[in-house]
Design a protein around this ligand. Structure first.
Ligand code: ATP
Ligand code: MG
Length: 335
């Protein structure tokens, strides 16, 4: 956090310089006005003479006395202004330090998040790399390695490479969608077609777990980016399959109300603990249930990408879930 502290100090110095320049400018003006007012008052007194019957009497030496008062008063004004400026310097210094801290807070947060993200991503990449390296090293040391064993090693390595590939794809998607909507082209997207395509691609996983799909899909279109929407629906269907028990049903509903088009994906799977729901859209967050079962693999990135895609489309994702019973993810598009 050293760089943030340095930035805070620099920002404080700039704030104080600006305040002090303004203060010095005004103090100069005040000083000049006060001095000229004082001079005017004293001159009037010097000119003021005591009228008598025999004409005005001028008291000698009065100008010297006034000169003394004038110099003394000037000194006092200067002294007071210096004290005022020192007080402003002190208070503005404290206030500026506080404000600089407040201004830098969002930057500090995003910097922390960036660091955590890099650490998490490197950690996730290191795991398959270590596994590949260890397997290759062990195989190389084995002088009697058979072709069958070598092939088994290659298959295992390929699985790890697949994992790394999916992680790098996720990371690329995150960067793409978190940069905002500017680069994405929006067209009229037929959601029914996108859902069919995603379900078709997932048919192998569905078959493996004997999961049936119930569809209540109206023929609706929204304005959006086809690739991003396909990715969003893929992530939600993928989760529904991944966290469902065997022999269950996933219900996909697409409906339109007056102002909203709502896509609902409901599963009868493991559900999510209430305390986890607030975090599942965070990058690299996985609920304990997903971590403890090593059969359910994942990085905890799917939903954070889904959330970014929804944000780009000004859509909202809502979750309802009961642990042990299942979850419903709804994407609400404003139309
Ligand atoms: N349909 C669901 N049923 C139960 N839990 C879910 C469901 N969808 C998401 N979760 C919980 O939310 C967490 C975050 O989901 P997310 O899709 O971001 O990551 P993941 O599925 O663990 O990994 P991946 O990065 O491969 O998608 C999951 O680990 C899981 O605990
Ligand atoms: Mg997922």
């Amino acid at each position: 956090m050293n760089e943030i502290f340095n930035a805070r100090v620099k920002l404080t110095i700039w704030y104080v310089i600006i305040i002090m320049v303004i203060s010095a400018f005004f103090s100069g003006g005040v000083y000049r006005i006060l001095v000229s007012e004082l001079q005017r008052g004293l001159r009037a007194q010097v000119v003021k003479a005591i009228p008598t019957d025999a004409g005005p009497i001028f008291i000698k030496g009065i100008q010297e006395v006034e000169e003394e008062i004038f110099t003394e008063s000037k000194k006092r004004i200067l002294h007071q202004l210096i004290i005022v400026n020192i007080t402003i310097l002190g208070t503005s210094g404290l206030a500026a330090y506080f404000l600089a801290g407040k201004s830098l807070l969002p930057i500090e947060h995003s910097l922390n998040e960036q660091k955590r993200f890099t650490a998490d991503a490197s950690h996730e990449l290191r795991t398959p790399l270590t596994s590949i390296k260890t397997e290759i090293e062990v195989a190389l040391r084995d002088k009697n390695l058979t072709l069958k064993e070598a092939k088994k090693l290659l298959v295992s390595n390929l699985e790890e490479v697949d994992k790394m590939q999916s992680l790098s794809n996720y990371l690329l998607s995150l960067t793409k969608y978190q940069n905002g909507e500017k680069k994405l082209t929006f067209v009229k997207v037929k959601l029914k077609e996108v859902i069919s395509e995603v379900l078709h691609k997932s048919s192998k996983h569905l078959k493996d777990k004997d999961i049936s799909i119930e569809e209540h899909i109206q023929d609706l279109s929204i304005n959006g980016n086809q690739i991003a929407l396909t990715e969003l629906i893929t992530i939600l269907i993928d989760n529904a399959i991944k966290y469902s028990h065997k022999n269950t049903t996933i219900t996909v509903t697409l409906t339109k109300e007056i102002r909203h088009t709502t896509l609902k994906i409901q599963d009868e799977g493991i559900g999510i603990k209430e305390s986890d729901i607030a975090y599942i859209f965070n990058r690299f967050y996985r609920a304990d249930t997903s971590r403890s079962k090593d059969t359910i693999e994942g990085y905890g990135l799917g939903l954070s990408i889904a959330k970014s895609i929804a944000d780009i489309h000004h859509a909202r994702i809502e979750v309802e879930s009961v642990q042990g019973k299942g979850s419903t993810f709804s994407v609400i598009f404003h139309s």
